[in-house]
Design a protein around this ligand. Sequence first.
Ligand code: NAD
Length: 287
Amino acid sequence: MTAQIIDGRLVARKLRAEYAERVKALTAHGRAPGLAVILVGDSAASQVYVRNKVKACADIGIESRFIGLGAETTQATLLQTVDDLNADRAVDGILIQLPLPAHIDIRAVLERISVEKDVDGFHLYNVGGLVTGSTVFSPCTPYGVQKLLEHENIEVAGKNVVVVGASNIVGKPTALMLMSQDATVCICHKKTRDLAQFTLLADILVVAAGVPGLIVPQMVKTGAVVIDVGINRLPDGRIIGDVDFEGVRQKASYITPVPGGVGPMTVTMLLHNTLVSAERTLAAAGG
Ligand code: NAD
């Protein structure tokens, strides 16, 4: 068996074209959706991520506002900035680029964002909502995984899903989202003993460990769907995932490449959440 490759760039392009139409409709109603992006400090990697998000917004007509704050910014100043954006009617989404400098309490800042503008889905309300089904915004990377499965018409209900990685931003929310779609879910992490005994049970295997080449063909059931969230930069500059792509594609039914799989979906879902926030605001105003 050779797996069908899930082309995340293609899916992202299609979705962004659809979102661009919705942005156009909203703009015709009065104003473009607005996303505020806050960056504290001058990490080169964070600057690249922020630039990508700002450009992705511009490409589909979302107005982004970049707020760059010095690394020495106090927590009080950052909280005040968030308060101002919460009150700003032109802002539908607020994103704080992580990580933040060590002197800032990340949770306090994330909890300050209005739940209705928490387009990253990191506020405790939105995290808890993944358990109860009342989340306002799903976190972008797990949502991107869900959208890829939907796009390929891969049924989730009743499937064995194994998620390798238990972080708050990827592994745990992915597991919760797929569980809420009636999958039987198992989460593995770095203390899991004999990872293969779990991964071999997976009809759908989602890998988000940040360990290059962690998943080899012997760990994958024939015909499984394999979603590789990992992004690892090798010393020679190449980017690879957590899955031995060439080996596992001979065994899986579907597989995502890295790059070009889940990656392009993350920013796409940020655009989606910002758009939906603006649509909700318009609907609430009776538009
Ligand atoms: P993290 O470091 O916060 O969490 C990693 C998780 O993997 C932990 O739960 C850890 O216990 C587990 N893990 C580590 N080694 C393991 C092993 N040998 N076996 C089993 N589990 C193991 O990382 P994260 O933020 O969740 O990101 C995970 C990966 O996904 C990284 O490569 C990151 O770059 C990538 N990522 C990609 C996107 C995207 O848009 N595609 C978004 C976020 C993160």
